[in-house]
Design a protein around this ligand. Structure first.
Ligand code: I3S
Length: 128
């Protein structure tokens, strides 16, 4: 069949493998648990699926069940301060619902791209 792109059907803007941990949930500090997560930015939603050994064989497949999602509308993103993590290239994402996440990669370019994409998303959806 012929695939016709609906102009109102926004494609996924970005996806990739990142190290992720929650640090706050509903405004309460939670214990860090760094995990490798397949991360998808879709519209104003950020989705995380647990990676399976960090490989990409399950890329886009049925095995990539979302672990959790966050709504970025009204949230913020910033480079994490040193006291948030000893790791390099860490970005802190805060949501209006009181969730705080750290996302990280050893590849600084990867994290810079995510930082920009998340900032763009937050400013694009600021008035929703
Ligand atoms: O901010 P913290 O508490 O120093 O975070 C570290 C801990 O979560 C540690 O685990 P346990 O203390 O639960 O065993 C992790 O292994 C570290 O990775 C955490 O610190 P970094 O600096 O890597 O975010």
């Amino acid at each position: 069949s012929v695939y016709v792109q609906d102009p109102n059907d926004k494609p996924s803007e970005k996806c990739g493998l990142l190290n992720v941990t929650k640090i706050t949930e509903h405004g309460k500090k939670v214990r860090k648990n760094w995990t490798s997560s397949w991360t998808v930015l879709q519209g104003s939603t950020l989705l995380f699926a647990k990676g399976q050994g960090g490989g990409t064989s399950w890329f886009g497949g049925a095995q990539s069940k979302p672990e959790f999602t966050v709504d970025l509308r009204g949230g913020s993103v910033e480079w994490a301060s040193k006291d948030k993590s000893s790791k390099k290239h860490v970005v802190e994402v805060k949501t209006r619902q009181g969730t705080e996440l750290l996302i990280q990669s050893d590849n600084d370019g990867v994290v810079s791209d995510w930082y920009r994409a998340l900032q763009d998303t937050i400013s694009t959806h600021a008035w929703e």
